[in-house]
Design a protein around this ligand. Structure first.
Ligand code: PLP
Length: 382
């Protein structure tokens, strides 16, 4: 049976990972500053993570939500403590798209409305309503186009107000820092004002923290650079450091829980919770949110010093976008094949993304900078 053709792939097969590095069958070492689509938060094969998962699978790997599972409450409590977010209820599911799909559904249940407002260049996943909210028509099938959606430019409050004022909106969905969009950042005042507008027009504000959350941007959630309380927050990617787990945080002051509104077979299973707990324990004990903030600044300083105005620096914390005045695909290929460094692309061919583990080391940042220097030198010469 052939595999369904999904992505353009590099001809490399990592079989082992340690910290910021992955290794292929021949033992060749690659610096992983991409984390497989921004997933690796605490590094590959973190000993606390692997031992927690091994211990859990030796006990019980899975049972559904038909029974009690105290690991879910432990995870919720730890998430509350590490993120500083209070008075939200927590729905566990399996992927970022699923989290956003459920968030949009809740918004529609709550308001009785069906219109969605999303930002241009946003990405929210590939399921039904989530893909419609994603500003990429190539990945929307005709079946997805039944949803009533408006895409508005980022940081344009007037456009947002005008769409909200035209009525019937259930949800506004926003990434505080757009991942696939290329590390483009919402201004804190914009986010606060959008929240105020959502309250005026009775719409639900969903902050999609699937990529930018979990410490990636130097705060636990990227929206925490602005001072407001979203109605819904969605999380995934870094939450499980590679184990499929996602969540929807639902403001208890806004939503009345009604049994049966949401459901899932796999969401919140024992192994997924063990992975999620291990990640939060490491983030807390190794102070990785602060580290992402500080290391992000240091990384940016080094990039500025070494490369001056060769590219524009985007993003926050350790979600770093490099915007060149030309397409970056050949830079990324040379980084990988000549310098053994993984980096990420984005929806904008001129922007590449750097997404190292939050506990990467200073010397690994230097390895990246040396590798990029060599690649750019060659490109300058040709
Ligand atoms: N939301 C954001 C901001 C993302 O970057 C992604 C994936 O890249 C998703 C949602 C979808 O997540 P998943 O691929 O886990 O469904």
């Amino acid at each position: 049976m052939n595999l369904f053709d999904v992505y353009n792939q590099y001809d490399i097969e990592p079989v082992r990972g340690v910290g910021s590095y992955v290794f292929d069958k021949e033992g060749k070492k690659y610096l992983d500053f991409y984390g497989g689509h921004a997933v690796i938060s605490i590094g590959h094969g973190h000993p606390r993570y692997t031992s927690k998962l091994k211990e859990q699978i030796d006990n019980i790997g899975f049972y559904s939500n038909a029974v009690k599972n105290s690991l879910q409450q432990e995870l919720a409590n730890k998430l509350e403590e590490v993120s500083g977010i209070r008075d939200y209820s927590f729905f566990l599911c399996n992927s970022g798209a699923e989290a956003n799909e459920n968030a949009l559904k809740l918004a529609s249940f709550h308001t009785g409305n069906t219109r969605i407002i999303a930002l241009e260049n946003g990405f929210h996943g590939r399921t039904s309503a989530a893909v419609r909210a994603t500003h990429n028509f190539d990945i929307q099938a005709p079946i997805n186009q039944g949803y009533d959606i408006e895409y508005v430019p980022m940081n344009d409050l007037r456009a947002m107000q005008s769409e909200l004022a035209s009525g019937g909106v259930c949800a506004v969905i926003i990434e505080a820092v757009q991942g696939i969009g290329g590390c483009l950042t919402c201004e804190p005042t914009y986010l606060r004002e959008v929240y105020n507008l959502c309250r005026i027009y009775d719409a639900i504000l969903i902050m999609d923290e699937v990529q930018a959350g979990y410490g990636r941007c130097g705060k636990f959630f990227a929206f925490q650079y602005a001072d407001f309380r979203p109605h819904i927050i969605t999380v995934a990617k870094g939450m499980g450091n590679g184990f499929p787990i996602a969540g929807v945080l639902i403001d208890e002051k806004t939503f009345q829980a009604k049994k049966g509104m949401l459901g899932t077979t796999f969401g919140g299973n024992h192994l997924a919770c063990a992975a999620g707990i291990a990640v939060l324990d490491v983030i807390k004990d190794e102070k990785l949110v602060q580290r992402s903030h500080d290391l992000g600044q240091e990384f940016r300083e080094k990039l500025r010093k070494q490369f001056g105005g060769m590219f524009e620096l985007l993003g926050l914390g350790l979600m770093i976008g490099l915007k060149f005045p030309y397409a970056t695909s050949s830079i990324r290929k040379k980084l990988l094949y000549n310098e053994s460094i993984f980096s990420g692309s984005s929806g904008n061919e001129n922007i590449m993304r750097i997404l190292p583990p939050l506990n990467c080391k200073e010397e690994e940042i230097n390895v990246f900078i040396d590798g990029l220097s060599k690649v750019l030198e060659k490109i300058e010469m040709t």
